[in-house]
Write a protein that binds this ligand. Structure first.
Ligand code: SF4
Ligand code: SF4
Length: 489
């Protein structure tokens, strides 16, 4: 009699096939694991994960979640750790304020990020997705845990969904959705704080709501968006919305380390027969895979890793843990599913640092060097000096020539600056209009008019190039150039 030592999962409909139909090599690429052949959504009920890899993920996710929620409230030299204020075009990364004028630095930072992801993916597959992506971290480590806590493991969730509505079901479902909505509100507010800053967020929360209608609208919008993602879309957000999973195939090669099934060891798969020795199993042409489908049952994206690397796989390692447990039970070595490259599975080759990785790493190193150079040589202020619109020149009673300018100064520092101007290349006088010294508040932009007066004898033609030094506390912060218009000679 043939007996499966490990209970086949009673979970998904497609899992109820017998071992003979278990091998379906060609079909899996024709439709998504989370949709039926008509394209209707097939809800995934992943079995509760557990094991050494999962424990590592829990620790890592706890750290990431703590950083993610604390991020908007952490200050570095008085500035937010991370602020991406697209509305006011103000950005803070690790406490460094960036303005639109720092676009080049920001663009290089983006290139560093993208190149880093490409290298990381080339070497380690989609480790980012399963371990560090905020969507997966929140979904698998928070929302999914609430599923298990309130509704139980996969088979209990399925039974509850299939059962008729009664008080117990209503309480469980409304309680869970209420918690999901509350958590989505917190996640939405955190995202808002990263965009507008924590002070603005508190103002929206505690001020007169009529003053913050736009902010409140976004608060509601983000809450509903995250609720939709975590309560309904779930793994489909990774499959349909996130582009990363789609272009990963262009980055992976045969040396990329991914969660992989060792088909040489596993095939031909078949249930374990009681009292059958490994030798007898081998003689029967069977491999180590006992076709228990636990790797499918535990997969949060509903795929069968034995079909090979797939777009939906987020490298969460749940299938490694469960399969290692099965191997322990059937007395076979662990690692039938493991982190491995194609070359490792096919030829037993160790992980290699390939020429492609070296090329990417060199490019990344150059970009990081450029980024650091730009950051450390960045001026503390950004000054633009333009001739006042519509003005030409004026002649004073003493015969000197005056030009009027408009000056805008961006203070990128976290302290107020008293700004002065001095002519650098020519003798003359510079006057900043307004009462008292020209002050530029911290992390702000200020504007004033500037009157430059020159003796006609120093002018070269009707347009003379001026170089002006922008000073604060006697320190030259920046040099700007402009033109000075005089009478024709
Ligand atoms: S790969 Fe492992 S977990 Fe998956 S069916 Fe085979 S033995 Fe079971
Ligand atoms: S195949 Fe394995 S690693 Fe990939 S998503 Fe499913 S459980 Fe996670």
């Amino acid at each position: 009699m043939i007996v499966a030592m490990v209970e086949p999962s009673n979970t998904q409909a497609h899992e109820t096939q017998g071992a003979a139909q278990d091998i379906d090599w060609g079909d899996f690429r024709d439709h998504l694991a989370t949709a039926d052949r008509q394209g209707n959504r097939r809800w995934v009920y992943p079995k509760k994960p557990g094991g050494p890899w999962h424990r590592r993920r829990v620790w890592f996710a706890t750290f990431l979640i703590a950083v993610m929620f604390a991020g908007p409230w952490i200050r570095v030299e008085g500035n937010p750790l991370l602020l991406l204020n697209i509305v006011e075009r103000r950005f803070s990364i690790l406490g460094q304020i960036f303005w639109p004028q720092d676009f080049v630095i920001f663009a290089v930072a983006m290139l560093v990020f993208i190149t880093g992801i490409i290298i990381f993916t080339t070497a380690f597959g989609r480790l980012w997705c399963g371990w560090a992506c905020p969507q997966t971290v929140m979904m698998e480590m928070v929302f999914r845990k609430i599923d298990y806590l309130i509704e139980g493991d996969a088979h209990e969730q399925r039974a509850l969904d299939a059962s008729p509505w009664n008080m117990r079901k209503v309480l469980k479902k409304t309680g869970k959705q209420g918690i999901f909505l509350g958590l989505s509100f917190i996640v939405g507010n955190t995202l808002l704080a990263y965009i507008i800053g924590s002070e603005q967020l508190l103002a929206i929360q505690f001020d007169d709501p009529r003053k913050h209608m736009t902010g409140l609208s976004f608060m509601v919008l983000f809450t509903l968006l995250f609720y939709a993602i975590f309560a309904r879309f779930r793994e489909q957000a990774c499959t349909f919305i996130c582009p990363y999973g789609r272009f990963q195939s262009a980055m992976l090669d045969e040396n990329s380390m991914v969660v992989a099934y060792d088909h040489h060891r596993g095939e031909k798969r078949g249930p374990l027969v009681r009292r059958q020795t490994p030798g007898q199993r081998q003689s029967a042409g069977l491999g180590d895979c006992v076709a228990c489908r636990q790797c499918v049952a535990v997969c949060p994206t509903g795929i069968d890793i034995r079909d090979g690397t797939q777009m939906e796989c987020v490298n969460c390692t749940a299938c490694i843990d469960v399969c290692d447990g099965i191997m322990d039970k059937v007395g076979r070595p662990r690692g039938l599913i493991r982190f491995a490259s194609l070359n490792n599975i096919e030829r037993g080759e160790p992980q290699r640092f390939t020429a492609r990785m070296k090329l990417y790493a060199g490019f990344l190193g150059a970009l990081i060097a450029l980024f650091l150079f730009l950051v450390f040589t960045r001026a503390e202020i950004g000054t633009t000096l333009l001739r006042a619109p519509g003005s030409l020149f004026q002649r004073t009673r003493g015969g000197n020539i005056q030009n009027l300018y408009t000056m805008k100064v961006i203070n990128k520092t976290s302290r107020e600056l008293l700004v002065e101007l001095q002519l650098q290349n020519i003798a003359g006088s510079v006057r900043l209009m307004g009462s008292g010294p020209f002050k530029v508040p911290k992390e702000s932009l200020a504007q004033t008019s500037v009157l430059v007066e020159l003796d006609p004898s120093v002018l070269s033609g009707n347009s003379t190039k001026l170089t002006l030094g922008v000073y604060s506390d006697g320190k030259l912060l920046e040099t700007v150039t402009t033109g000075f218009v005089g009478p024709r000679r």
